[in-house]
Unconditional design. Structure first.
Length: 97
C-alpha cells in the first residue's frame, strides 16, 4: 500500500520517468521495484552531484590559494555514479530480458 502511494507520488511529481522497472527473476515484486527505482534515483543523485560540481567551479576562487580540485571531485563523483548505475541497469535488463 505505502509502496504504491510512494510510486504514484514520485511518478506524478515527474522525478522518475513513468516507465516501470523490468522485473528481475528471483526477486519478489516490491523488492524488484524498489531496486529498479533506487537505481534511477542514484542516477538523479549523480546528475545533481555533477551539476553541483559545475556550480562550485563557476563560483570558485580562481587564485593560487583556492581549493581548485574540489569541484572536480564533485563532478567526477557524479559522473562515476551515473556510469555505475547505468551499467547496473543495463546488466539487470540483460538478465531480466
Amino acid at each position: 500500500m505505502y509502496l504504491a502511494m510512494a510510486h504514484e507520488a514520485v511518478t506524478l511529481a515527474g522525478i522518475i520517468p513513468g516507465a516501470e522497472p523490468t522485473k528481475i527473476p528471483g526477486l519478489s515484486g516490491p523488492v524488484s521495484k524498489l531496486f529498479g527505482y533506487g537505481l534511477w534515483i542514484l542516477i538523479l543523485a549523480g546528475a545533481g552531484g555533477a551539476g553541483f560540481g559545475v556550480y562550485k567551479l563557476a563560483v570558485a576562487d580562481k587564485s593560487r590559494h583556492g581549493g581548485g580540485s574540489e569541484p572536480f571531485k564533485w563532478m567526477g563523483g557524479g559522473v562515476a555514479t551515473i556510469l555505475l548505475a547505468g551499467s547496473l541497469i543495463t546488466v539487470l535488463n540483460g538478465i531480466a530480458g
